[in-house]
Write a protein that binds this ligand. Structure first.
Ligand code: EPZ
Length: 430
């Protein structure tokens, strides 16, 4: 089991290049099988979740040609099966996009109930409601979601909650339904827009992505296309907070600053300098940060996927801060690990009350999920002494070369693949 061995205390300084957006890539890879032609998809992050998605496509007969580390030619032309049942697909959340894509194209799909980070109940009722509204009969049997339709027909769908996954999934399926679909109360995240742009490039007719009403005119077929995935807003935000927490100076390159506005605004509010250019953001922190209040919200609000990272920053800031998690009910599990490092945080329901401390110290901890894991790495880089973080596989699901990028910024972080290696590295970094 891989672990990170980290010695904290050095400010992160330099430039880091951000990769493609994982959560856009997952939707785009799934949607690419809706044509029998080839789609050339660029800027796919090389992380475990996208690997699993590509392997799932191969498991049903689709072809995936890796052109280079971040570019694939994907074709759904040779798909022979609409049932996906690989061991790994059960562990990722975005398996549900294959439901929408296969149902849209073949009017039939069977995929396992989605897994993913354990951050709350994570119901899929809005996905099922949307696909049913398009005319599919959807059943859950033996751990599989089975959807089938004679034909898919456009519908007027009002989402009861703002859901990124359900919005993308219904949009994917509806792009090949007969007639017009309207999705109201749609999610507005940049990756919703990216998947819509990709589908439009394939010949779909989707308008309004990025607003809360998306209008789709179904088309009978889609064609091949070439597409470059947008930069990852959360990877960028994570490095921005890493700069803040270590009192560093980091230029985060290849980003869309507009997508980072809520993150930049909070960093400025707590005392960082944030300088934007066309496709980069520089974060400089020179002194101890200030307290604040933050509530996670759907885009353009402060992202739930940045909640653990801001909590780490506030754990080291002056005064008392309050963080309210309004999207997922179980996203504070990492707080116990921060407390082991000396942070003073109390969780009451969906709120964390943080009494900022002057410093934290290294400890043996484990990553409970992807974003919390990344936040604990940032904490360790700011802590005095050595931290060992277990279960880094969670982090590798969504961050490409995370430790290498941090090392290039001057962080003392090593990847160990055994307990013996951990012992050796602990001596090396001490
Ligand atoms: C996506 O999850 C992301 N995952 C998550 O990123 C991200 O945290 C989340 O959106 C919010 O931005 C992927 O894109 C693969 P939601 P998703 O549907 O689509 C409730 C990461 O770290 N809900 O927007 O599953 C749900 O319980 C991951 O990269 C329903 O009630 O999130 C939650 O409270 C973690 N019924 C809220 O809506 C549904 O049918 C938002 O969930 C669907 C969702």
């Amino acid at each position: 089991m891989e672990q990170y061995v980290i010695r904290g205390g050095s400010p992160l300084v330099g430039e880091v290049e951000i990769g493609g957006a994982k959560n856009a890539a997952l939707g785009i890879i799934a949607a690419s099988i809706m044509t029998d032609d080839v789609c050339l998809v660029e800027n796919i992050p090389d992380v475990r979740d996208t690997d699993v998605m590509l392997q799932a496509i191969e498991s049903i007969g689709g072809t995936v040609e890796h052109v280079d580390r971040h570019t694939c030619r994907i074709s759904g032309g040779s798909i022979t099966d609409q049932r996906i049942d690989t061991e790994y697909i059960k562990k990722i959340r975005a398996s549900y996009y294959l439901l929408g894509a296969l149902l849209g194209k073949y009017k039939k799909a069977e995929v396992p109930m989605p897994g993913g980070c354990n951050i709350g109940l994570r119901s899929i009722d809005q996905h099922l409601k949307g696909l049913s509204a398009l005319g599919a009969s959807v059943k859950i049997q033996h751990g599989m979601i089975c959807a089938e339709a004679e034909a898919l027909t456009g519908a007027h769908i009002y989402m009861d909650v703002v859901s990124v996954g359900a919005t993308i999934n219904v949009m994917i399926a509806a792009s090949m339904a007969e007639g017009k679909t309207i999705i109201e109360n749609a999610a507005k995240e940049p990756h919703v827009v990216d998947v819509a742009n990709f589908l439009n490039r394939m010949g779909a007719n989707i308008r309004g992505a990025g607003t809360d009403v998306i209008r789709i005119k179904g088309v009978p077929s889609l064609h091949g296309s070439e597409y470059m995935i947008i930069p990852d807003q959360i990877e960028a935000g994570t490095f921005m907070f890493a700069a803040a927490v270590t009192k560093g100076d980091v230029t985060v390159k290849n980003v869309v600053p507009k997508h980072l506005e809520s993150i930049s605004a909070k960093l400025q509010e707590i005392g960082c300098q944030v300088m934007e250019s066309d496709d980069a953001v520089r974060v400089v922190a020179t002194k101890r940060l200030n307290h604040t209040q933050v509530k996670t919200l759907p885009y353009p609000g402060f992202p739930t996927d940045m909640q653990p990272q801001i909590t780490v920053a506030l754990a080291l800031s002056k005064g008392t801060s309050i963080v309210t998690e309004s999207i997922f009910e179980n996203r504070f599990k990492y707080v116990d690990e921060l407390v082991k490092m000396g942070a003073s945080i109390k969780v009451e329901g969906n709120t964390a009350i943080i009494d900022g401390v002057e410093g934290i110290t290294g400890a043996d901890i484990s990553a409970p999920d992807l974003r919390a894991g990344a936040a604990l790495v940032i904490a360790a880089l700011a802590a005095e002494g050595v931290t060992v973080i277990e279960d880094v596989a969670y982090i590798q699901r969504g961050y490409e070369d995370f430790h290498l990028k941090l090392k290039a910024l001057g962080g003392s972080i090593e990847l160990a693949d055994s307990d013996r290696e951990v012992k050796k590295l602990k001596l090396k970094v001490s």
